[in-house]
Write a protein of this length. Sequence first.
Length: 546
Amino acid sequence: MTAVTHRTPPETWRRLLSRADDADERGFLEELLELWCRERDAAGAALYVEDEPAPCCEAVWGEGPFPERPERPDAPAPGGAAGLERLDLPGGALLWRPVTPGALPGAAGEDDAGAEPPGAGPLSALLALAVSNCRLRRRIKRQSFQANYRGVELEALYDVGLAIASTLDLDALAEEILLRAVSLLDARRGALYLLADGEYRLKSRFGGDARPSFPAAETDGGPPGVLPGAEHLQTAAIAIEADRRGLLAVADKESRTGVGPFSAEDRRTLALFANQAAIALENARLHREALEKERYERDLQLAAEIQRQILPKGVPQVAGFELAGWNRPAREVGGDYYDLIPLAPEEDSGRTTERLGVALADVSGKGVPAALMVSTLHSALRLLMGRIGVEARLVERLNRHILASSAPNKFITLLVGELDAEAGRFVYVNAGHNPALVIRDGALAGKLPPGGLPVGLLPGSSYQIGCLDLAPGDLLCLYSDGITECTAPDDEELGEERLAALLCSVADRPLPEVVRTVERAVTAFAQGQPQGDDQTLVLLRRTADR
């Protein structure tokens, strides 16, 4: 039987070629299929373009039916199955249904030697061009969709980043991060872990159970059982400049059929979100540290104010004596303490005498713990000195009190004395403190050596009382080791001898000037070195007989 071939007028080809880039792609394809059926005497035709997982139908004309997704073009042609004939095209295929089964175009016989094969001729070339255009438009559409999706994804990440960055409360932020991650990836479950002491610890969970903690080493390849029962797990490290701070885990992506695995785009999205979460968590941590530092500084300021209230605000007036005191803590609060305590007049053989309690103490350690012990000593000393006066049993009772109220290995060196202004006599107990210096006639005349151990060091310690008679012009200097142990850049200490020589050189000057001289000398000796210990000075000078 002879194959039927109708000749298409040239103006039709020109019109079709002019429509190759027409926006009405489907109408153009249907017109091509109609022309194919008319030229090939077919009842209907369908055009397919390669796609995943199988070619997809782009246009149909005439009688069907035609399969939605036939075999791929490289599969064997169906031949006469179901009355369809197939023509493979670059990137696609054409199926058509001949009018008379068994009289298929292209089945050349004796009478159709001049018939044009189905894959030859301008119409087949135009169909191949149409398939190529379809594939190109589909690729552009897919890429445009990916670009738009990427834009939406980045916009969502930006919005999420703004939302979590505005939260500085760590607990609230952890909840917000996890909920946003689960929402971004359409996950059913999730958990957020923070790294501490080499271990990931659960901070927040959603949608089910999660391991409370696991070693940091288990994150390689995904921690096993982090979300028990999860079918599909995806994790992302929360890190700042390669320094891991936590782990974000999501599981079981929602799909139309239940749950499924996460795609490469999902993994990238989770990694980007984890970066934003890391910045937000770091901001929250720094904010918490700033609040703690601010609170600590307020506490220090309050402690410093309390300590300033403990130290004398001025010096009492004692007839026949000049007094001065100075204190410079190494930190906001210190462990040095001095006090000048007016005592009640004492009746002695009908005479009224002026009595003044003098104390200088150095608590072991520095900062707030030392300041707390200073407060304990201050209250106990004021209470006991008014009742007992300066005796050995005063310091013994102080020793018991400090032992009972302080931490182990904490102690206080203390020099406490009582000045009888009328007699010019200074009675004292030195409990492990630096020996006070006595300057007379511009020279070192003596020292007040220790007469017992520091208070709070050992139970049952005993103490000895000493007595010093002060002549007019005599200068008594009580000091803490922060002065004599002040170091120069070469680690040389100021020392007791330099302090004594300095006092001798200014012994006849007003005591405020003597204090300023010592302060400037200590500062100059350090040459800009940080102050290593609290520095305290108490000066008494007898001015005249009474």
